[in-house]
Design a protein around this ligand. Sequence first.
Ligand code: ACM
Length: 768
Amino acid sequence: MKALHVLSLALAATISAPAMASSLPPLIPMPAKITPQPGTLTIANNAAITLPEGDKGARIAASLLIEKVAKDRGLTLSTGTKGVIHITRDASLPGDEAYRLEVSAKGVTLAAKGDAGLVYAAMTLAQLLSPDAHVGAPVRLSAMQIADAPRFKWRGVMLDTARHFLPTSAIYATIDQMAAHKLNTLHLHLTDDQGWRIEIKRYPDLTRIGAWRTPPSAGGAPGEKVGGFYTQDELKALVAYAAQRGITIVPEIDLPGHAQAAVAAYPEIGVLGARPDVSHDWGINPYLFNVNDHSVGFIKNVLDELMAIFPSQYIHLGGDEAIKDQWQRSPEVQAKMKALGITSENAMQSWLIDQLGTYLAQHGRRLIGWDEILEGGLPPSASVMSWRGDKGAVDAANQNHDVVLAPAPTLYMDSVQSRRADESAGRLFTVTLADLYNYDPFPKGLPADKAGHILGAEITAFSEYLTTPRAVQHVLFPRLDALSEVVWSAPAQHDWQGFLTRLQPQRLRYTREGINDADSAFAVDFALQGPRSQLLTRKEGTVAIATQTGFGQIRYTTDGREPTARSPLYKQPVAVKLGQVLKAAAFDGTLPTAQSRSFDLSTTSLLRWNNPDLVACPKGALGHRVPLTSEAPDGSPVFNVNLFDDCIMAPAVPTDAPRKFTVDVARLARHYGLAYEATKQIWHYSTSPHGELVMRVGGCEGDIPGGGPKGQVIATFPLPDPATAPNRFQLTGTVPAGTGDQNVCMLFTAPISGAFYTVASLQLEPAS
Ligand code: ACM
């Protein structure tokens, strides 16, 4: 035991030493096999690539290599006859995605049977040729032989173009990164309650009406419509571009639920006849497709056009979160169920899925749907995408259906990747880079003889809270790197510390390529040791500094200067004085692994609780981090909220002296389709038309059923009329002197039919 312990320490020390960085090949995902050979080869500007004459796939691989090396290394390669890089075919390799890459003192050979394998070989070489920050410099490669092939068939990313429309440029950029990471399936979520994004020539209103929604209002006039759609020509161009990079685009038309935009365009395909607006409510909305001949015929006509655009084997038909109230209320649907001898609405959904699966099969395609399609009995033709954990995967595989794993929360990239104060919007369940890296697509409880039904896995970027392409990139990268290694590399190749080392050059590539990757796993975070009041009274204290991954060496300054690789090395919590600014960053050798962060230890800052410093009121939970408005541009502030209870608390506020306070209030639209969870919203007694902000020192009881100790009301502010007041405003008062540090409870009693509120900050003034 002891010997083992020493060994693991020694290993850890070797791996984190900077010298090791250069000896690990700068590759993500890690290839199946690398065999070092004697010798080296230097690739410099103007190195040439030779390829078999008339080989279109080889030409494409060469041009991708040229483009990528120019971007990532600043070296100009070209095709020519006397090349040092040779692209060739090798029919003996197993499958179209496998490849060989050999570096010897004489040259580099890239070989594959299929076009995809050539692309992957080119991407591997491009990574070998961009190992560090020395842009423009020749690269000396160690001789080696790489034999590589994927672990899983389905290596995917899902983009949600419905909640926030993504311009095609954002999809092209995602495809480029997928190819670079040997991911091969781009799942496009093209329709939902909030938007229909694909041009259907036979039904122009799907996009004329269904592609545009009016953003929700938190009071006052609604804003301009937002949205957009892709023409069929745009989608065909995307399909072709993806195909050249070994990527299949799998389109999703979500049905029978998530249908509100479609029903807004064509109410006659809906159930109860009414024409709704295109929804601006995230979550679960009640609108369903009808199951009558007209509606099913409509869907089949849509599928005809869809199949003409997307040659993918799989077509995704959704099936998720279709609450069945409309079908239950519809005499027509009930009569149809009776005629078919169907006794439950879930079985009715199965019937619809089977009809459409059969239709797709008649056209040589296969249906895949979210795991709810299991509920009424899985039609024989269907494959399953498991998102509600992995039970659906096990159930479907046990029934001999193929499965793709996309379980929430681990593969849901709208889960925040850290609890840093500067983290972007999302669901407040943290899915770290390590969580992704440790994910295993083979679900526990899957019998060994069913493992062949696991096609692979994909990460999703549902975009309710991701309002811009940059926001989507922030949540995808670098967690996509971890996914790529999970689905491409054999478990024997998985190595977390090595991955972190290899991720550093990859992050330089992101910078070169203009990708907004998150530094959340590498940025420092500060933790004041002891309560704020202690530092305020003693005027000195200690602060611990850490990063999420522990990668690199933390260096810091206390004089406000930017930390460098020569700044003091962090070894233990730093002694600080009131008024100082602590600044720190982790370094990999001489390079910072993330932007530095600072911790302002001034009295003013210590007397300020920003929204991320606030906690849930007792019995509550802050479940979401949301922007102020549904269409907030990049860089907008975000707020932790509890959608079910307008109550938030500042912890451990010093009450040794009376202090004036300012609360900065934010008012947000309440635009959530809560369906059966709506009853969980907590109503609070109010005395004025728009409710009040009630502030208590000492706890929230009396307002929160089962809450903490009863606090003393220190202020009650009637809230202004949302129709006329701005959505940010300040309220001031005084926290009276009391005993010790106290929780300050801030409860909004606004009607739950209207906007909801949160606190952007609580600022106390120094005691006078
Ligand atoms: C889903 O997240 N509703 C598939």
